[in-house]
Design a protein around this ligand. Structure first.
Ligand SMILES: [Zn+2]
Length: 261
């Protein structure tokens, strides 16, 4: 029969043992924790909605065409989706998710860039844009277009192409949603690779340049190893927006041009 003294001793030992085990487990898990526990993910329900939203964006893009999709407004997207069954109406959950991505403060995910668009319904006027032939993209008239046109004379642009120009809220939203989906809902990783919908400088004048025929590699650090990149680096009236270890918390993007004529 166990007496009270033994009982107390035994429970004390047990509790020490279990505490020790917990500490050991914690130490074991520490490497996993430091890698992943700070990353913020979407909930399972939101991830399901994200997949549905992603498909709807695909249908909307097919409906309006590649070039138009770059500059389509939020309100027009809602309108087309509601009125054309080939796209289908955005659900309450999808709208909530879009508003969340647009309005929430992304600094909690490690993104510290400036907000470039105030309201989700803000739109881009077509008269402020120049369509760049054969690219399917647009550039803002003014500083951006001046720098782009000047480039045509100052460097051998034979091999340099415009890979992304003006982006509306919806276009940036679509890129963000796509990346977030591929990152399995990891918001921290995603905001390191792409600005959230209200934070893209593509909505105010920046554009991306690449090397003809280089494909997806134009959006990797490999672009910085090309002759085309070295030529661009010499141009005084453009600069890179996202340099190595930039303060915005965005990855290195040698292809992303900030115009400053
Ligand atoms: Zn860019």
């Amino acid at each position: 029969m166990i007496n009270r003294r033994d009982f107390l001793l035994k429970s004390a030992l047990l509790s020490v043992a279990s505490t020790t085990t917990l500490v050991a487990d914690a130490v074991d898990n520490l490497s996993i924790i430091t890698e992943k526990s700070s990353d913020i993910y979407l909930t399972h329900e939101d991830f399901i909605t994200l997949g549905i939203l992603r498909e709807r964006f695909k249908r909307l893009k097919r409906f309006v065409g590649y070039a138009n999709f770059n500059i389509i407004s939020y309100n027009s997207s809602i309108f087309y989706a509601r009125n054309y069954s080939s796209i289908g109406k955005f659900s309450k959950e999808e709208i909530y998710l879009m508003e969340r991505f647009f309005y929430e403060d992304p600094s909690r995910y490690g993104f510290y860039g400036e907000r470039t668009v105030e309201n989700i319904s803000d739109y881009i006027k077509k008269k402020d844009l120049q369509k760049i032939s054969r690219s399917g993209h647009f550039i803002f008239k003014g500083t951006s277009l001046e720098s782009y046109n000047r480039l045509q004379h100052d460097v051998d642009t034979h091999n340099i192409i415009l890979t992304s120009g003006v982006r509306s809220v919806i276009k940036q939203m679509r890129l963000f949603v796509d990346k977030l989906y591929r990152n399995k809902g990891n918001l921290t990783r995603t905001t390191n690779a792409i600005a959230p919908p209200a934070y893209s400088y593509h909505s105010t004048g920046d554009y991306d340049l690449g090397k003809k025929g280089f494909g997806f590699a134009n959006f990797t650090p490999r672009f910085a190893l090309t002759k085309e990149y070295r030529e661009l680096k010499k141009i005084p009236y453009i600069e890179m927006r996202y340099t190595l270890l930039n303060k915005d918390g965005v990855r290195y993007e040698p292809w992303h041009i900030k115009a400053k004529v």
